[in-house]
Design a protein around this ligand. Sequence first.
Ligand code: GDP
Ligand code: MG
Length: 428
Amino acid sequence: MRVKTFEAGSMQDALDVVKKDMGEEAFILSTRTRRRPAAMGLGEEAVIEVTAAVDEAQAGVPPVATGAPSLTYGLRAPLDGPALPRPAREIPQVPPPAPAMDLQPLRRELLEIKGAVAALKDNDLRNASILKELDQMKALLSRIQRQGMPPAQLHLPPSLLELYGDLVANDVEPLIALRLCEYAQRALTDQDGDAAMGAVDPERARLFLRRVIADFIPVAPPIQLDPGKMRVAALVGPTGVGKTTTLAKLAAYAQLHLKQKVALLTLDTYRMAAVDQLQQYAQILQVPLHVALTVEDLRSALRFYQDRALVLIDTPGHSPKDTDTLNQLRGLMDELPEVETHLVLSATTKPRDLTEIAARYEPLRPTRLLFTKLDETSTYGPILSTLARVKRPLSYLGTGQEVPEALELATSRRVADLILPATPKEAE
Ligand SMILES: Nc1nc2c(ncn2[C@@H]2O[C@H](COP(=O)(O)OP(=O)(O)O)[C@@H](O)[C@H]2O)c(=O)[nH]1
Ligand SMILES: [Mg+2]
């Protein structure tokens, strides 16, 4: 058995040297990577050390120059020339063995893999950081592929490019996301200068962008209740978005928490179930409920409610093609001189549908936007897009089915937090 250690700059080179010196039959005992000073003292370089062994008895190894006389006992290895006849008595005649499977290539491959793994292990640390970078790059690229990033975004510094991706992943329209990022970039550049921009700490950029988003979110004050004055608020919007539930939440809050006199009025007479639902809330809260079918009904109900601090009006939802109901509702709403009309939308509605719905309700001149079912979605970008289009302030946010607790007054900060959530690191 011959054992020898070789050194080379790479595992491949080391294995080549082993093969050359010890032949195909050599096997690796160990490998090691160590650092040594590079030539001329310029830093360090890696050296792969491979210790290999070979069984000298194996035929063909080490390779011997053919034809050269062996010095051993003056005998010549019978490499050339005709094979000598075997003495019959020396070896009993047995049938020739089945041809052995050639494991040589497999073994070689295994050795190479083993060596490569050993070399890799030593580079673990460096690899980990490269892999992490690659992962980030891959995520960014696949995001760009998915969302189709126009070249303009690519001019954003990396920290903002990443945030742009986060906004779009949260269903913020790409163009709005771009504008917000550009705005943040300009503001950050004004503060720090161009040179510093490339190195803006991602957490700081995130915080800054969140503030920019908050600045773009208009919010309305809560429904104002003034002594001696009747305030009227109506909720309009498609069927099933949560108008009646939200109305009950508002009524309960004003009645139970603010101790104000509240009355309910519904223009939703199409479905008995709708009236029943409101009737139940009215009973629980012990507030009066009026059902108005005509303009006259509505007028007399409002006269009747003069002493109330807050009159909340529920309305029917309707399908996109049902323009009759909408016109009828518009006729009734026109009767209300000073009304806060909240367009109720569900945060679970598809962005494109939100735009269409908002346009459809424009004739009712909503003065506020109210989003429900925030608890039922994980992407809040459509709220921002709708605000950008409809340009009405946000009033309340519905966060669950529970009456009255699952209702919040909307704040710019809260919505900005939903659109660009804090990272766990930021929350520390
Ligand atoms: N998860 C959740 N469900 C809500 C919310 N608001 C209303 N709902 C539910 O949505 C359904 C329809 O509500 P409803 O008030 O009848 O809608 P309307 O047709 O617009 O009056 C009901 O099951 C409500 O409990 C909310 O903020 N979150
Ligand atoms: Mg309803």
